[in-house]
Design a protein around this ligand. Structure first.
Ligand code: G3H
Ligand code: 13P
Ligand code: ZN
Length: 341
């Protein structure tokens, strides 16, 4: 089946009361890991590429790998999503290439660092919604800013400085007409989210629940949702890595989020950890090896295991065959008839 719109996947997830993981990719092995995990668990899937991923892969390489994924895994509803688009132009170029969903992250200025104004965010997101919906492409927006900068995203603040204001969230949805809303509740990108297991003081699940009460029909998105499991940290450190002790978002909190309107869960760091640990292990145990396949295969397998586990934990497992894909043309048509979507 062709790449499908994210709106359809999230609408189905809302009906079924489950969440869908959105996993970042940069190369063939990561795409293969996700598609194999999706097949094994019978999951619909969101594959996402950041601006960095697009430039690393020269864009078209990544796009054609995704077309190969749809050919080889025809039973899996698969979305290709732009993660953290920083401008209308970036979103436009993704839509032109064939992405079926884009994030216009207008919570930050185009430098990807400076928190923007509400007015800037509404204007940029609304513009992307108009361009995208005319083609049946889904739009995710963000209100409030995540923390963390070590991987090039976020405002360089801790996760608590720019939490989403529920009143603003309501206005933002009304003014933009977006499909999915990313909110800031204390998480950050990368491995160093919390210095100890998060509590209600550091991970604001109450805030999420309030936003869901105010916007019960809006698909919420949790960024910075890697759990940074201790076992993956330990493998890296056991084989010569130097990760400092750290905590991520516990899976139970994500599951609580899913019971309260979260439909898309962004995970990148956990997969990076799994890949790096597997490669370090081969390098350490077999220093004589130099065939890249000898370490890329275990790396791919390690990522597949993490992704399959998250698919099961988020509840998307078993849902790949629930629905027939709706074409982007049909989605575009539906956006013109507001009651139908
Ligand atoms: O949002 C952050 C994702 O982990 C992607 O990171 O910009 O380094 O590709 P990246
Ligand atoms: P993690 O760094 O927690 O994996 O978050 C990824 C993310 O939010 C991508 O947009
Ligand atoms: Zn993110």
């Amino acid at each position: 089946m062709p790449l499908v719109s994210m709106r359809q996947l999230l609408d189905e997830a809302a009906k079924g009361g489950y969440g869908v993981g959105a996993f970042n990719v940069n190369n063939m092995e990561q795409i293969q890991a996700i598609m194999e995990a999706a097949r094994e668990t019978k999951s619909p899937v969101i594959v996402q590429a950041s601006r960095g991923a697009r430039s690393y892969s020269q864009d078209r390489f990544l796009y054609h790998l995704m077309l190969a994924a749809t050919e080889l895994y025809p039973e899996i509803p698969t979305v290709l999503h732009l993660d953290h688009g920083n401008s209308v132009e970036t979103c436009k170029s993704a839509i032109e290439m064939g992405f079926t969903s884009v994030m216009m992250d207008g919570s930050l200025m185009p430098d990807g660092k400076t928190p923007s104004t509400f007015e800037y965010n509404v204007k940029a997101t609304r513009e992307v919604v108009e361009i995208a919906h005319a083609k049946g492409v889904t739009v995710e927006g963000e209100i409030g800013c995540l923390g963390g900068i070590e991987d090039g995203h976020g405002a360089g603040l801790d996760g608590l400085s720019h939490l989403t204001d529920p009143d603003q969230a309501v206005e933002f949805v009304k003014f933009t007409g977006l499909d999915a809303l990313a909110i800031a509740i204390g998480t950050s990108h990368g491995a160093y989210k919390f210095t100890k297991k998060p509590t209600g003081e550091t991970l604001k699940m109450e805030r999420l629940m309030e936003i869901h009460r105010r916007l019960p029909h809006v698909h919420l998105v949790m960024h910075g949702s890697s759990s940074v499991p201790k076992d993956l940290q330990d493998i890296i450190n056991q084989y010569g890595g130097k990760l400092k002790p750290t905590w991520g978002v516990p899976v139970e909190e994500i599951q609580l989020g899913i019971r309260n309107g979260v439909r898309k869960i962004n995970v990148d760091t956990d997969n990076r950890l799994a890949i790096t640990g597997a490669i370090r292990k081969v390098f350490f145990e077999k220093p004589e090896e130099f065939d890249p396949r000898s370490y890329l295969k275990p790396a791919r397998e390690a990522m597949k295991k993490v992704v399959a586990l998250r698919m099961t934990q988020f509840g998307q497992a078993g849902h790949a065959g629930d629905y027939a894909p709706v074409s982007l043309e049909e989605m575009a048509h539906r956006y013109h008839e507001p009651v139908a979507v």
